[in-house]
Structure formats: structure tokens, C-alpha cells
Design a protein around this ligand. Sequence first.
Ligand code: SAM
Length: 245
Amino acid sequence: MKNAVKKLQRSAKRQMRRIAEFRGIRKQSLGQYQSTVRRLYDGPRGAVLKFSSIISLHEPLMGALFRSRRFDASRFNRILDVGSGAGQIIRHLLATANPTAEIVGFDLSYEMLKRARERLASSRPSFVAADMMAMPFRDESFDCITCGYVLEHIPDPLPGLSEFARVLRPGGIVLLLATEDSLSGLLTSHTWKCRTFSRDELRAACATVGFEWQREHWFTKFHEVLKLGGILVELRKSEQPPVAQ
Ligand SMILES: C[S@@+](CC[C@H](N)C(=O)[O-])C[C@H]1O[C@@H](n2cnc3c(N)ncnc32)[C@H](O)[C@@H]1O
């Protein structure tokens, strides 16, 4: 009986997602997708991102996650922040990572990186503009990747996650934040022209490229009860290469 109810809930959620989610990115070629993202984030909407992240409380809530050491950034030596945007995560890395750790900001939008650099006013992070599906870094060159609300911008998460697995050393950690297929996530998908994920499907995609789903977080109890803030998860790259399916 319990299983039947769960099955019914899952199917209702799938239907809701089919109707309510922004579907645009699933229909675009790679070139079209890249120019859509660049247009969106280079332009005025990208320029207000730093304010909207503060107003939505998303940036301060992320800060609390780092400062409380629920996500302890001080254990890493080389940290890559994928889809840095206006530096929302790098700001907290600068405050909580080991002072000797190297921090690299990475984004498809050159304009966003310029905004992050101006806003952070720190010479410590370096910045690289490219696509997360083809990152210009050597294999196993980082021990931590942070990635806040970026993976949902690519139609299929696997090319992005495979690149994470390639540039991360075995045992390395990813802090991944992603838009969930909840009611608030479906609304977000229209604002930011992105897709959403169910936890099951994201977990399966992570396992395919050799990531263990280690620990889920919620910003606050309130977020957990109302299913707000999306999927916040720590992934660990396993020491063994993934088994081919
Ligand atoms: C919603 S913002 C997230 C900003 C920040 N990480 C945060 O947590 O608030 C998404 C960012 O991902 C970038 N982005 C989208 N697709 C990307 C890709 N394929 N490769 C690298 N960056 C990408 C966008 O340019 C944008 O700056």
C-alpha cells in the first residue's frame, strides 16, 4: 500500500514537471544553448543576479552553510567553483577556506566573471571562462568543486558531471546545489531558463560517473519542511573508477 502511494506520488510529480517546467533547453543544439546562457547572464538579468541572490536569501543562507562548517571548506587545497556567477560562493570560500588554498572561479559568461572579480575585490581567486562540459584543466587537478545552481542549465547533466569527475582527484568532494522539481523549482526554471532534477534522477546520474551521494543538506528546517532551496548534496569521487553499465 505504502509503495503504491509512493508510486502514485512520483507519477503525479512527473506529470506536474512535464506541464510546468521550462522545456526550452531540452530542444536546443549545443551552440544555441551556449548563446542562450551567455545572452541571459551577460545581459541585465545577470547584472541583477548579485542583488536577487541576496534578496532571495540564497547567498546569506549559503554563507551560513559554510560558516557553520556544515560544509567545511578548510579541508581543501585546490577548489574550483563552477558557474561562479557574481561570486556568490567564492565570497564564502574566501572567508572559510584555508588561507593557502587555491581558488578558481569558472563560468561560461565572461561578463559574470568580470562582475565577480569587481565585486569580490580580491586578487586571490583566479578566473577562467569556458564551458563546464569541456573544462581546460588537467585530470585530477582539484580536491574540491563547488557548483551552485549551474548543472540545471545543461540539458543532460552527464557531460558536466563527467568533467567534474575527470578534474577531481579520487576521494575529492563536490558541493552541488541544484534546482529541484518542487513547486518553487519549477517556477525558478522559467526565470532562469533551466531544467529541474528529481533527487532520484540526479543521484543516478552522479553514480554513473563514479560519485557517491554522501550527505544531503538543507539551508534551514523551514526549507526542509517546505522543500525550498533545491537539492544540496555533498558528493565524493570514489577511489575506484565507475563500473561500465
Ligand atoms: C544561477 S547562476 C549561479 C551563480 C552562483 N553559483 C550561485 O550559487 O548563485 C548560474 C551560472 O552558471 C553559468 N553557467 C551556465 N551554464 C554554464 C556552463 N555550461 N558552463 C559554465 N558556466 C555555466 C551562468 O553563466 C551563471 O553565471
